[in-house]
Design a protein around this ligand. Sequence first.
Ligand SMILES: Cc1cc2nc3c(=O)[nH]c(=O)nc-3n(C[C@H](O)[C@H](O)[C@H](O)COP(=O)(O)OP(=O)(O)OC[C@H]3O[C@@H](n4cnc5c(N)ncnc54)[C@H](O)[C@@H]3O)c2cc1C
Length: 411
Amino acid sequence: MDVAVAGGGSAGVAAAVGAARAGARVLLLERSPYLGGQSTHSCVVAYCGFHSRGNPPTQVVKGVGETVLQKLRALGEKAAYAVSPVTGNASIRFDPEVLKLALDQVMDDAGAAYLLHTSIIGVQVREGTLGLLRCVDDEGEYTVAAKSFVDATGDANLAHMAGCAYRWGDGDGATQLASLSVRIDRIPADCDTTPDTLKKGILAAKAAGIPHLTKEWGLILREPGADYGYCTIPSIQVDALDAKSLTEAERNLRRQARSYVEAFRRFVPGMEHCRMVSSGPGIGLRETRRIVGEETVTYEDVVSCRKRPDSVARGGWSPEVHRGAGVEYTHMEDGSYFDIPLGALRPQGMKNLWCAGRCISCDQTAHASVRVMGTGFATGHAAGVAAALTADGRCDVASVRGELQNQDALI
Ligand SMILES: Cc1cc2nc3c(=O)[nH]c(=O)nc-3n(C[C@H](O)[C@H](O)[C@H](O)COP(=O)(O)OP(=O)(O)OC[C@H]3O[C@@H](n4cnc5c(N)ncnc54)[C@H](O)[C@@H]3O)c2cc1C
């Protein structure tokens, strides 16, 4: 194997396809029963970061991300951007069930192999070089050897197992809130579910004594005219990734979800008959480990829309921080973006490991921008190309940029 990719979310799929297009033999390993990561496993059903702000917005991510959008369209989805009247940001909605199929086909078209139901549980590393991954499925343990690797686990799990340094949260360790996405149906098409209306209902529900309501402001993501939506308001601070912490978080969020639906039924006009169809399947983690890379993307880079000669990806999403009872937005200049350097994808001290998606090297506020999935496709694509060139013994900034341009990425 030339390249092994850990994790099959937006970044992992982009990495595998980018590496395969660069001529590498690729294997992606994913513990869920489908690709997509949080887009399918946590029903985060809108791509942010494909466009900058502005009216009309400017597309800043193409390459493998654009291939995924085209595949969604071929399967009957609109996959067109919509500008939110509430935030002014552009996002692209999709049906997570269609996305599962689309990602299977995008991988097949590129000749990128993958195994689902596979957990990576360890690594072999010597003097900064990863040799193999220890994997487990229900038949037992096995190893996967490769010349280079991409950590697209969202949580920097591979880098962590390899002993790489990482950052967690702000100076006090506090991260952005994690949330449970809840699919709610029987919402009349003309029902007002804007955040301000929901907030009035949530405050009334709190005053009436409905328990377990934490956040007061947030979105129900709906296609125009649809009678259902995805609500990501149930939220919690997660301090660690061990099973004990995550079990408690899942239990807490389930209680919150039930209370929010009750609050909407009783206190949001028009939602009297709404019902919860499903949740998750799993908790959505906005922020966990961030690697310490050769370069680090900072808040100043993001808000000044810094351009760099060593750029391998563009970030176009204004930082969006979920903490406390609401959401804080910082807006970047309309029509612009910041550059993400190749060095932000490589953990310090590692020779053949590249990171992608929400675990790249950045400070906490920059992370509130780079974590979105459009940007995840872009950093994944870059990491996959870098891994393919590393396996081939010819990885440098100019070669990675050249190959990304050949593959229609915007850099
Ligand atoms: C509630 C919520 C709302 C959000 N809203 C939006 C939004 O509207 N738009 C947007 O663009 N972004 C949004 N985000 C952010 C976005 O969903 C994530 O940051 C993004 O999915 C990260 O992509 P990724 O590929 O880096 O990681 P993930 O999507 O987390 O994928 C990582 C994959 O790696 C796998 N994995 C991890 N460890 C292992 C292992 N040891 N072995 C095998 N597989 C492993 C996981 O199963 C997973 O499939 C939201 C996030 C949350 C939580």
